[in-house]
Design a protein around this ligand. Structure first.
Ligand code: 13P
Length: 260
């Protein structure tokens, strides 16, 4: 029995519209009415314009909702950015930070990701901080070096704050880039080894709650592979992309986290 409550988060990425979201929210609500998912913490992260819709549909359900990104800066002349304070103002409970698509497409650095984590901490916003190596890095034997560097930056943010977040609001997500949207999932053993490394590294870098921190796996998680991944001792749930857009698949994955 794991001491950490599993968490499953749906990252919708740049998908959805008012009508299709409504179908998804309706299905999630209906499923919760049939059977509670109280053993699992469930979060959905739609695109910014639909956060208000998420609040309206999920506000009273126990499913939390979050943003896919947050600014590293507090406020001011940063066109297009959304601050942690704004997300909290809206009632948002979580934000993803440092997703590999932001690192790759928007050139986010480890220091910027750490600044985003610091912003979340400063505003009491739960954070899902993402890390993960590319295929090239894995094949070059650099996985631990890359994860170590990414975790060190996040650990600096976690240990450097005067008002730290409670451990249950700090989540890391290991998402090997080669497994995202490719259908090529990490084996449970590969995921476990990476998660163990990340947890030990957090502790080595002075973060006192490494044992209580949920570390999610992300990358082609589907109903058929979720249970075997979530059963690994250091895998505390999942960050789900494509399958989170299909209500039945997402719910199956959430149930998988409850049984694993
Ligand atoms: P997929 O589940 O579509 O592979 O995406 C994973 C991911 O990037 C979640 O953040």
């Amino acid at each position: 029995m794991k001491v950490r409550k599993p968490l499953v988060a749906g990252n919708w990425k740049m998908n959805g519209d008012i009508v299709s979201n409504e179908h998804l929210f309706t299905a999630l609500r209906a499923a919760l009415e049939r059977a509670s998912l109280s053993q699992v913490e469930v979060v959905v992260c739609p695109p910014y314009p639909y956060l208000g819709q998420a609040a309206a549909w999920l506000g009273d359900t126990g499913i939390a909702w979050g943003a896919q990104d947050v600014s590293a800066l507090p406020n001011g002349a940063y066109t297009g950015d959304v601050s942690a304070a704004m997300l909290v103002d809206l009632g948002c409970q979580w934000s993803i930070a440092g997703h590999s698509e932001r690192r790759q497409l928007a050139g986010e650095t480890d220091d910027q990701v750490a600044a985003k984590v610091s912003m979340c901490i400063a505003h009491g916003l739960g954070v899902i901080a993402c890390i993960g190596e590319t295929l090239q890095e894995r094949e070059a034997g650099e996985t631990e070096a890359v994860l170590g560097r990414q975790v060190d930056a996040i650990a600096r943010a976690l240990t450097g704050s005067p008002n730290p977040l409670p451990a249950q609001r700090v989540v890391l997500a290991y998402e090997p880039v080669w497994a995202i949207g490719t259908g090529r999932t990490a084996s449970p053993e590969i995921a476990q080894a990476a998660h163990r490394f990340v947890r030990e590294r957090l502790a080595q870098r002075g973060y006192g709650h490494a044992d209580a921190t949920r570390i999610l796996y992300g990358g082609s998680v589907k109903p058929g592979n979720a249970v075997s991944l979530f059963a690994m001792p250091d895998v505390d749930g999942g960050l789900i992309g494509g399958a989170s857009l299909v209500a039945d698949d997402f719910l199956d994955i959430c149930r998988g986290a409850a049984v694993a």
